[in-house]
Every structure is written in C-alpha cells, then in structure tokens.
Design a protein around this ligand. Structure first.
Ligand code: 13P
Ligand code: SF4
Length: 332
C-alpha cells in the first residue's frame, strides 16, 4: 500500500511554519514527501473524530507533524484513558495500542501497522507466568507494559519504566516477580529493598549498547552528559549520569540543559528533543527500533481512511488484563 500525494504550492505554504520548526532534523529534500500527508491526515482525523497518540520514538514528521499527544508509555496510557475521541490511532508498537484498547473497550483503536511488535513482548507468554506462579506461590507478579494482553491478564499489576520502582514498592511485599525485562528489573532492584525475581527478556534495541562505547565517547567529548533508558544492560547504566524512561530523559535535558548530551536509547528520540533544543549538541550513536519505524505517514493516512487495523482483544482476557493496567494507573 503506497499512496503518493502531490506536493503543491499550497501545501508548501501551509506547512512552511512546521518545516521551519523541524528543519534541523528533516532534510529539505525530504519535506515534499512528508508534507502532503500532514494536511491529508489532519483532514481525515476530523472526518473520523480521531486522535493520534505518538510515542517518543516516532519520527519527527509524525511526532511534530500529526500527533495530538506524545509521550512515554505511561503518558500514552493516561491519554488513552482520558480521550473522548471515537477513534484512537496509536503511533507506536502493538502493546501500546493494546493498552489503549484495554482502557477503551468501546472505542476503535487502530495501529497503522499490525506487525509493529516488540522483542520484550515476544519474550514471554501467559503460560510462562502461570508456571512462575506455581514456582513462587503467593509472590505478586509485576509486568512491564511491554507485553501482550494475554500476559497482562496473568499479572497483578503493570508498570512502565517511569513508575516501576513505585509500583513494586506499592505492593508492600518483600519479594516480587518482575517480568519480562531483566535489565529494567535489575535496575529496579538497585533502587529498592524489595527482592526482585527476574525473567530473561531483553529489548533488542537497548541491549546493543556497550559500556566501552560510552567510555570512549566520554574521552572524546568534554562535558558530555550520558543519559540512558533502563532497558540498557546494567554495565551500560553504570556508565550513565542519569537513568530514566523516555519522558524522564527528555525532562532531564529540559531542566539540566547539558551542553552536550548522548541519549542512550532509540534514535528518533534525539531528533525529537533536538527540535526543542537546537542550541544543545546531541551526540550519536543511537539505535533504531525496527518496530517503531514500521509506522509511517502513508500508513497513518491509510489507517484513518480505512479504519485499519483495529486492535481486538478477547473479552475474557481483556477484563483481567485491564485490571492490571488500571491498578498501575491508580498508583501513578
Ligand atoms: P518508555 O515507557 O520509557 O517510553 O519506554 C517504552 C519503550 O518501549 C522503550 O523501549
Ligand atoms: Fe520494544 Fe525495544 Fe522497540 Fe521499545 S525499543 S518497542 S522495548 S523493541
């Protein structure tokens, strides 16, 4: 499915202000490809009474061009719970769309590409949790939102990277089973006295960072702030000046205004933050999430025009999974 739209003078004029804002991160020759979709998507959003939620890892033309709300997984879940739009288009990965659907069972929730998955969500099944529960009877299960509804249904409470410590401590137990991200769980264990039983799931994007790369960047650049997502391996987090969820990393840049910063996370985040802070130097490398990059402007337009692809969840599973997500939202 490729729809090609024409870049007219009128589109050039109407998107000139937007391009001025993103010109540092989108080459001029690419704008005629993106710009026609921005207007068309706006028009279809109105026709369908739709809202677009976009994760911090979406590309700048989506993040700044068409999103109504942007944020980390927690913020998007809150927004999904609050919206009164009829249709929610989730520009992110499948588990994010599923979370939005859990919170809005009566609404149409669309994901522009059904194949936008996540290596963490693929690392565990509901059956795995049932086995763990029999191994550790009575120990509550905290599940990262980066999981399927099937897994959430077996869970006591969900968490995201921005509230994981708070959720673990809110349970008031001295042990929890924390799934599926081993590295996030490891990080949580360093921040609390609660004993954390881990699973060996990893993010295929964050596990690629190496501590030696960060050490050589520190030698190469004076006054560099290295800030990392907790899905990175522990020896990478050990090299970082600050650890936080995607939105917490953005807040760090906003409040600290480091002269130079390396965001040890997905590439588009640095682009999106660089738009807001053109005076700061963003040091790469970063890694791309192939799942997040499945979402494009043409697919968003197609999604709105055809109400595709709707996220559906078995009602029996949804009922139990919703409880775990709502419990998290009550805590944070
Ligand atoms: P955040 O909740 O920090 O946005 O993380 C989601 C994610 O998938 C990071 O890889
Ligand atoms: Fe999943 Fe990692 Fe992509 Fe986030 S960056 S969606 S955890 S694969």
């Amino acid at each position: 499915m490729t729809i090609e739209l024409e870049y007219t003078e009128e589109i050039e004029r109407s998107t000139a202000g937007l391009y001025e804002r993103v010109k540092h991160v989108i080459p001029e020759m690419e704008w005629p490809v993106h710009a026609p979709y921005v207007g068309a998507i706006e028009e279809w959003k109105k026709r369908q009474s739709a809202v677009i939620l976009a994760h911090n890892y979406q590309t700048p033309e989506i993040f700044y061009g068409v999103a109504d709300f942007t944020g980390d997984s927690l913020a998007l879940a809150h927004k999904a719970a609050e919206t009164d739009a009829d249709v929610i288009v989730m520009c992110g990965v499948h588990f994010m769309a599923e979370t939005a659907k859990l919170l809005n069972p009566e609404k149409t929730v669309l994901i522009p590409d059904m194949l936008a998955g996540c290596s963490l969500a693929d690392s565990i099944t509901g059956e795995d949790i049932r086995k763990l529960r029999s191994e550790y009877p009575g120990v509550p299960v905290v599940t990262y939102v980066n999981t399927s509804a099937d897994v959430k249904a077996e869970t006591d409470v969900c968490c995201t990277s921005s509230n994981a410590v708070k959720v673990v401590e809110a349970l008031g137990t001295d042990r929890v089973i924390f799934l599926p991200d081993e590295y996030l769980g490891n990080y949580v264990a360093t921040q609390t006295d609660v004993e954390v039983i881990l699973w060996k799931g990893h993010c295929e994007v964050h596990e690629q960072f190496k501590p030696s790369d960060l050490r050589s960047l520190r030698k190469q650049y004076d006054n560099i702030s290295i800030i990392a997502h907790p899905e990175c391996p522990p020896n990478v987090l050990g090299e970082a000046d600050f650890v936080g969820s995607t939105s917490q990393l953005i807040n760090f840049v906003e409040t600290e205004r480091p002269e130079r910063v390396m965001m040890v996370t997905e590439c588009s985040m640095s682009d999106n933050v660089a738009v807001e802070f053109p005076e700061l130097e963003f040091i790469r490398p970063c890694n791309l999430c192939p799942h997040m990059k499945r979402i494009t402007l043409p697919k968003i337009l197609h999604s709105l025009q055809n109400l595709q692809a709707p996220v559906e969840i078995d009602p029996a599973i949804a009922k139990r999974a919703r409880r775990a997500v709502e419990r998290m939202l009550e805590i944070s």
